[in-house]
Design a protein around this ligand. Sequence first.
Ligand code: NDP
Length: 246
Amino acid sequence: MTNLKNKIALVTGGSRGIGAAIVKRLSAEGAKVAFTYASSGAASENLVKEIENNGGQAIAIKADSGSYEEVTGAVEKAAAHFGKIDILVNNAGVADGKAFEEYTQEDFNRMFDVNVKGVFFATQAAIKHIPDGGRIITIGSCLAEIVTVPNLTLYSMSKSALVSFNKGLARDLGDRRITANLVNPGPTETDMNPATGPSADAARERMAIKEYGTAEGIASLVAWVAGEESKYMTGTSLTMDSGTNI
Ligand code: NDP
């Protein structure tokens, strides 16, 4: 696979789950990949080694997406290391489900700092380094469109903010042929949402195909959006959710 030969990608939250699958897939397609992580240093080192063993190039950067300084600093480090950023994948995200009346201001700030502010400012920092024709791919959620279960008001709200972020960005960057697209996963087996977790049966009940998605499946969609063939698609949302939202 050489779809992304000579391309540089930056993936936020690449140490585990969907982000790690995206890092591996973009690397397998020929891209050199920088990725961030918050706390999983050992997993990140192992991922870098795995990519190098397969003949690729990757660097891991410790940076909390909830911190303006850290997330914009990570963008600068990635660009300084590889010289540019062709593809930005805003993947880092946190989820915290609780009854609406239990949310605190601290919960609100943390959710929006990571899921919204981190995405906004990582992208703002990155566009200086993204050549014309580049790609911005943001991982949203099927919950941005339809909130299928209780106790996810704050998370869903943070993800729906990304819908208009993505559309605005597509308008703002269209003159440079930089595309902006959202990839909205449904329930996908990761640490965040284990297929054997307490809410998994309820999630499966809503699906047309009653199976959790895989991180690799989401990564394959991201790889296509990152490639040349998607160049006239911008400002849109692509949902891969086993039919949860139909
Ligand atoms: P995981 O919790 O399994 O992994 C999260 C990844 O993001 C880790 O690499 C983690 O790093 C990183 N991360 C978390 N917080 C931060 C932070 N503050 N700064 C930098 N990195 C951070 O989640 P998933 O892989 O499941 O989710 C990835 C994305 O997909 C998220 O945006 C999520 O909202 C979205 N999504 C997931 C769904 C699912 O069912 N799994 C469904 C819909 C959307 P570290 O290892 O260092 O903690």
